[in-house]
Ligand binder design. Structure first.
Ligand SMILES: *[C@@H]1O[C@H](CO)[C@@H](O)[C@H](O)[C@H]1NC(C)=O
Ligand SMILES: *[C@@H]1O[C@H](CO)[C@@H](O)[C@H](O)[C@H]1NC(C)=O
Ligand SMILES: *[C@@H]1O[C@H](CO)[C@@H](O)[C@H](O)[C@H]1NC(C)=O
Length: 128
């Protein structure tokens, strides 16, 4: 039992080592252009990862891959909505997930807090 528990603990620890710093609950994204992703990495983490966008609030939300083989050592990357014909989706309940590069999208290394993507044209232009 003890061995199994220790194994499970080390497994949990190693899968949770990457930490997404932003976007986060208080600092989300806008739908205007490139958006920033920042994270922390431990030396034991994989060198690279795939970034996907998910939404916890929308049951049939289609996860989208935002970037592949991101260099995990840099701690920062900018993401564009390549796969969204009309730009970023907007709303609440979004989550960015870092998943193991080259594997199924459910091999999650880390995920962000829930965050909003706001339509910033509505903020900057009071006529909209
Ligand atoms: C949330 O993101 C902002 C902007 O990048 C950052 O300054 C802040 O430290 C982050 N908050 C947490 C809890 O990581
Ligand atoms: C994203 O990062 C770039 C480069 O550091 C910075 O100039 C820009 O202000 C950042 N955008 C946001 C919304 O924080
Ligand atoms: C991604 O990381 C793995 C090891 O974690 C390495 O074998 C592979 O070469 C890296 N690929 C790229 C494109 O950086």
């Amino acid at each position: 039992m003890r061995t199994i528990a220790a194994f499970l603990l080390s497994f949990v620890a190693s899968t949770l080592a990457y930490t997404v710093l932003s976007p986060n609950h208080s600092n989300g994204w806008t739908n205007q252009g490139s958006q920033n992703l920042t994270w922390q990495r431990l030396s034991t983490d994989p060198l690279n990862f795939t970034v996907i966008l998910d939404n916890q609030d929308v049951p049939d939300f289609e996860k989208e891959v935002l970037a592949i083989f991101v260099d995990g050592t840099t701690g920062f990357t900018q993401l564009d909505p390549y796969y969204y014909y009309e730009g970023w989706p907007t709303g609440s309940g979004f989550r960015v997930k870092l998943v193991k590069a080259g594997q199924y999208l459910d091999a999650v290394l880390a995920e962000s807090e829930d965050f909003n993507i706001i339509d910033s044209t509505r903020i900057t232009d009071p006529n909209l």
